[in-house]
Design a protein around this ligand. Sequence first.
Ligand code: ATP
Length: 480
Amino acid sequence: MASKGIGKCTEVLVKRIAGLRPAQAAGLGSALAALMVTLRMVRPFLPGLPRNFFRYYVGRLIKRYLRRALGFLDPCLTVNIGEYSAAGDRMRHSQVYDQAKAYLSARCSGQARSLWADLASHGSHAFVLSMSSREEVADEFRGATVWWQHFNPGGGAWEFYQLVFHERHRDLVVQSYLPHVCREGKAVMDRNRRRRLFTNYTGDRQIASWTYVMFEHPSTFETLAMDPAKKRSIMDDLDAFRDGKEYYTRIGKAWKRGYLLYGPPGTGKSTMIAAMANYLDYDIYDIELTSVATNIELRHLLIQTSGKSIIVVEDIDCSADLTGKRKKPPTMAPANSPPTQTLANSPPTDQKKVTTLTLSGLLNAVDGLWSACEGERIIIFTTNYVEELDPALIRHGRMDRHIEMSYCCFEAFKFLAKNYLGVDDHPLFEAVKELLQAAKITTADVAEHLMRKCADDNADSCLANLLKALALKGEAVLGN
Ligand SMILES: Nc1ncnc2c1ncn2[C@@H]1O[C@H](COP(=O)(O)OP(=O)(O)OP(=O)(O)O)[C@@H](O)[C@H]1O
């Protein structure tokens, strides 16, 4: 039994080392197996040797040294794909590693005997299997056989895959096989994608970075109350963007689009962002600008974002002094004044190191060279006071589309009534329509009144409550 296993192992090893055709490799494998059997037979005559000497030590010896011993004959090349790769003076997670892992999990995990299991996506019952450390699997590509092995040296955090192939397949592997692995792996990743909501934070090492949670907001365009024509046009716009890779390349523009969502609090700006992310199946990067100390930090954060993402700066008007009208270059701060965060129009000077995040820094971040990073990105600013914003920040080309989220209109109300109460029509609708025109009420307020809060609540009582609220609001508006 053991000699059979050793024979098989040797056959695989020889195949791998010599790059022989299967029949030749099988022959050589059999010869080596015969050698092992012979050695096993003579073992009783060598009593000094430990019991598992042949099975363990000789097997290991062959595995480890045969290839080295036959180095001059060894036609195999290896490519290592590490979990991290160098990016300047930092290490960053390697996309190729992730893609190779996804590719192997889909393609080759059937051969591996020891696997890791993970959920395909949050809340799903499907599992993704990936190879454990030291597992080896073979793959075929256009008639060539390659071998993959996974390593986790010392059980540490840094793992890598090793790809072994015959040197005559060098061009095939480099030019076709590896791109094929990345392409297929990316497709698998896209299928298994878990959407994430990132927020920026400054860790112990004072380097701005992202942390995330799974994004599970239930808002969709189906549940978003707004004028249907406006909603349709936003969805069309998003469709055109998502499918516009070739178009953007042809016209020489980075594949990104800016949206400015403006309107009073509670009119659905955040809800709209969630609906967009769900519609496009993109991640969200929610930047808290007040935690970003410098332009460099902002750029560093943006460069770390991945494609298929929505980068959001919410309530940009609330970011302290960040969005005021273009200012004259600031004067030098008193020597002992505390660091403040300002977004002035001029870059920071040496004397005024406290001026760290500038308007020009933000503008560069929005449409600077970083935006040429791979993949598509949507940038969204939200504000309650659009008139407060610097025109440079929201000009077309930066914020390509300005979307007003205004007070609840009758169309939006009807939508909410259907959604919350399940009614398409009701005798009180006419009264609601009349009062809505006078009362400036947010969609959030209307939604609140239409929500059933106890078992006795029904369409009649909810609509009656809404009417009362509308009457009060209307009086208040008229009173002003
Ligand atoms: N257009 C809408 N469609 C459906 N629900 C809405 C809509 N607008 C608001 N709501 C409801 O009101 C709540 C608050 O809305 P949301 O947070 O999106 O408003 P906002 O405009 O982002 O407010 P703020 O400016 O204060 O951040 C949401 O949780 C949602 O339930």
